[in-house]
Design a binder for this molecule. Structure first.
Ligand code: AMP
Ligand code: MG
Length: 435
């Protein structure tokens, strides 16, 4: 363990973390497993989309000349030679005076130049109607069905032409694209089953404290429920990670060390909460003193004081044979959550290879009954509710770092700069949006 005696600024602590973190090596993933991940290859289109001319309507595939001038009064009467369902092969050839009944998405049969929607016809009811679906190419019984078309159609009307979406050889998605649902849809549409992406980081979240009980169990004297490991596992997932929540570990250094060492196998990043301040049972500090320095030449966890509130005590370093980054966050629920937002989230997003690693922030006018007070020399992060329409932010709860109910009401963090000890209502402040 090392302990910096200097006070670190929020920005320097974050910069120190990010300098030690590299994006994860790309792997090939199934499409749905790649959701939210960053593509590391340019994807070109192997075959045009659509792959063939096809109908955008249910109707009749015909020749333009055969329906030219058709009206309600003087409909074009065409012989229906068969059905063309979507997915069918063996297409009938549409000759002069003929029509093939065609379904949406079905290939335009040879000879046909346009599609008249069924609404522009009598639906084949006019004489010897073809109402049953038949396999493409198979002549209807007697082939004597007729359809009356009462409107003309221009060449290519209601036809989605081959390559009108993308052409073979086009760039479908550029490397660096974040794969959201439409991008995953496009990959599937061009026939890609897997893609090369940077994987989601595996984040192990572990809380410490002998007072902690798993929710759902009953509380004994002096016990509280472990909320940090749940909040932070959820936050890690929200940031894009695969979160592994490890139940609370008792305040025993050997147990904690053994637990962390066991978890390293599945961790790209380890997050602990609690046990980092200056109390008698600061188990994370105690446990990581030997793991860090002995096992990792040049590595180790540095415990430091930050010029922020909440979240003053923090630890950061690398651990184990793979030099896995570990962030040791303070135990108070609000402190650990704010610390996660400020330091862990950007670390996760850096591991993912995302450019956009920070939360969106804006400026807003403080809406409050009275002035806010903030400690000198520390950047304060208060919880707030932002009103986009009014451009205001209203604090919820006080500065207490145990106030989880107020945190659950908040949608933003209000940032009071290091040098400001008092902020009057109406003043403008930076607001970090938590969503
Ligand atoms: P510590 O830094 O371990 O002394 O914890 C500071 C405060 O946060 C104490 O009041 C703890 O009981 C509380 N705390 C620590 N870890 C958790 C947790 N996982 N869930 C809820 N409260 C916690
Ligand atoms: Mg503790």
């Amino acid at each position: 363990m090392s302990s910096s005696s200097a006070i670190w600024s929020v920005d320097d602590h974050l910069a120190d973390i990010l300098a030690a973190i590299r994006p994860l090596e790309p792997i090939e993933l199934q499409l749905l497993d790649a959701q939210g991940c960053v593509l590391v290859e340019d994807i070109t289109v192997p075959v045009a989309l659509p792959p063939f001319d096809n109908s955008s309507m249910d109707g009749y595939a015909v020749r333009v000349a055969d329906v030219q001038g058709a009206t309600e009064e003087f409909p074009a009467v065409l012989t229906v030679i068969g059905d063309v369902p979507a997915g069918g092969g063996g297409l009938p050839t549409v000759g002069p005076g003929q029509a093939a009944r065609i379904m949406t998405g079905a290939p335009l049969p040879p000879g046909a130049e346009t599609v008249v929607p069924v609404e522009w016809t009598d639906g084949g009811a006019g004489g010897g109607a073809v109402t049953e679906m038949r396999p493409a190419g198979e002549s209807p019984e007697g082939a004597s069905g007729e359809v009356r078309v009462h409107r003309p159609a221009a060449a290519g009307a209601h036809v989605r032409s081959r390559g009108s979406d993308v052409r073979a050889g086009d760039l479908a998605l550029a490397r660096g694209t974040v794969l959201g649902p439409p991008q995953i849809g496009l990959l599937a549409a061009i026939g890609r089953g897997t893609v090369r992406v940077r994987p989601r980081p595996r984040v192990v979240v572990l809380s410490t404290g002998s007072e902690l009980v798993q929710p759902g169990e009953s509380l004994g004297e002096g016990q509280i429920y472990d909320s940090n490991s749940f909040a932070l596992a959820a936050a890690a997932r929200d940031a894009g990670a695969l979160a592994y929540r490890v139940g609370a570990v008792t305040d025993d250094a050997d147990t904690l060390r053994a637990t962390i060492e066991d978890q390293l196998i599945r961790a790209d990043l380890v997050v602990t909460t609690g046990g980092v301040s200056v109390g008698a049972y600061d188990v994370v500090k105690e446990a990581l003193s030997s793991v860090g320095d002995e096992d990792v030449p040049g590595g180790g966890i540095d415990f430091r004081s930050l010029a922020m509130q909440p979240g003053k005590p923090q630890g950061f370093g690398t651990i184990g044979p793979e030099h896995t980054p570990l962030l040791a966050l303070p135990g108070n629920p609000v402190s650990s959550y704010v610390s996660f937002e400020l330091f862990v989230r950007p670390a996760i997003r850096t591991l993912m290879g995302l450019d956009d690693i920070h939360r969106r922030s804006t400026r807003a006018v403080l809406s409050a009954e009275k002035a806010l007070t903030s400690p000198s020399g520390r950047r304060q992060y208060l919880r707030g509710v932002y009103d986009a329409g009014a451009g205001t932010v209203t604090p919820v709860g006080g500065a207490g770092s145990h106030l989880v109910a107020a945190l659950a009401q908040a949608d933003s963090l209000i940032v009071v700069p290091e040098d400001d000890t008092s902020v009057e209502p109406g003043a403008e402040l930076e607001v970090v949006h938590l969503g």
